[in-house]
Write a protein that binds this ligand. Structure first.
Ligand code: MG
Length: 372
């Protein structure tokens, strides 16, 4: 049985290589919270709370995650003994919502679990792939020419799929330009819920570009609108923000609101939930891919591990660390080699924080409990 005695929270800031703009905001550095769990026998595991700073992707923020982790998740994590991380996840699920915050703890529990058993996290999850095909996400740029320059760079780096962020006013033209420049590259678009049902005609026009998928055109709760649009277009709709709980996936499947699932470990509340969503989507015959939240190396390693599962048949958004960070927080970055990233094969998570660099980048730190 494992019992968590010590919980450490590290609020860590990393500068981005370049400013990222989405339909709602722009940012030039990110702050995530690293979670270290220490068991009574001294075993440790690291996880990452990769919440955006503001409540624009979901309702969570770094500040809300910090408060929920300190006041609720840390006490819950220290209150029970468990044999399998799913047991701890069930206890943490007494906290409603707050998926990003819960994900950090669940990830750390899985990392600890795998390391104690001497197996890789991917193997502990049931993953079989040794390498993952990766694609890349391109933000909204000031001009189409700048977008094309970035697309050319990423295709040159071997990324297997391009994803374009779109929003009203930045959709048909950039898609047309990238499609014309790279006719053979798998291409998909992600609206992060920026459209309304009144914009249906624009989305139908995107149907003509042979896109791999249109991701999250409407607001997260608008499952009926997604189902209605899917009736009008051949391009598969992929859901991201809409699917926070397994029940959301069941409802969306029932309504025909998606044909592809984006699983994000953070959005779903951790690896335990991601594993259950994978099972459900796999059984329903849905292609799956792993999305990202600009994770540091800790969260990125967890995304790689879950991407090793058989249902992840589309390129994942687990690009190399260098796409976002000049220096990652881990001793070893995640490296993209021609569109492939190795799944860590060593016992545990497969990435450790660089403690000296971690201390230098930490803006707040809290230790709860006294690990031996
Ligand atoms: Mg998305």
């Amino acid at each position: 049985m494992t019992r968590i005695e010590g919980v450490e929270l590290h609020r860590v800031r990393l500068p981005l290589v370049r400013t990222m703009r989405t339909s709602s905001h722009s940012k030039d550095f990110l702050e995530h919270i690293l979670v270290k769990l220490t068991a009574s026998d001294g075993a440790t595991g690291w996880g990452e709370i990769a919440s955006p700073s503001g409540p624009f992707f979901s309702a969570e923020t770094v500040a809300s995650c910090w408060a929920v982790a300190r006041d609720h998740l840390a006490p819950l994590a220290r209150s029970v003994s468990w044999e399998h991380p799913a047991e701890l996840a069930a206890v943490l699920a007494r906290v409603r919502g707050n998926h990003f915050a819960r994900a950090g703890f669940d990830m750390a529990a899985w990392a600890l679990f795998a390391s104690v058993r001497g197996v890789s996290l991917a193997a502990a999850l049931g993953g079989t792939r040794t390498q993952v095909e990766v694609g890349v996400s391109l933000g909204i740029e000031p001009t189409v020419d700048e977008l094309l320059a970035h697309a050319e760079q990423r295709v040159g780096e071997g990324y297997r799929r391009l994803k374009l962020k779109i929003a009203p006013g930045w959709d048909v033209e950039p898609v047309r330009a990238v499609r014309a420049a790279f006719p053979a590259v798998p291409l998909h678009v992600d609206a992060n819920g920026a459209y309304t049902e009144d914009d249906g005609d624009v989305l139908v026009r995107l149907d003509g570009f042979g896109l791999l998928m249109i991701e999250q055109p409407f607001a997260p709760r608008a499952l009926l609108a997604h189902a209605a649009l899917q009736q009008r277009i051949d391009t598969p709709i992929c859901l991201d923000e809409s699917i926070e709980e397994l029940d959301d996936l069941a409802t969306a499947l029932h309504l025909g609101a998606l044909r592809i699932l984006n699983i994000k470990v953070s959005r779903m509340g951790g690896l335990t939930a991601a594993l259950a969503a994978h099972r459900r989507a796999f059984d329903a015959g849905l292609p799956i891919w792993c999305g990202g939240m600009y994770e540091f190396g800790i969260g990125r390693a967890a995304s790689l591990a879950i991407s090793a599962l058989p249902g992840f048949t589309l390129p994942s958004d687990v690009s190399g660390s260098d796409k976002y960070y000049a220096r990652d927080i881990t001793t070893e970055p995640v490296v993209n080699t021609g569109g492939l990233v190795d799944v860590p094969a060593v016992p545990g998570l497969g990435r450790e924080p660089d403690l000296e660099f971690l201390a230098a980048q930490t803006t707040d730190r809290l230790a709860i409990g006294a690990p031996r």
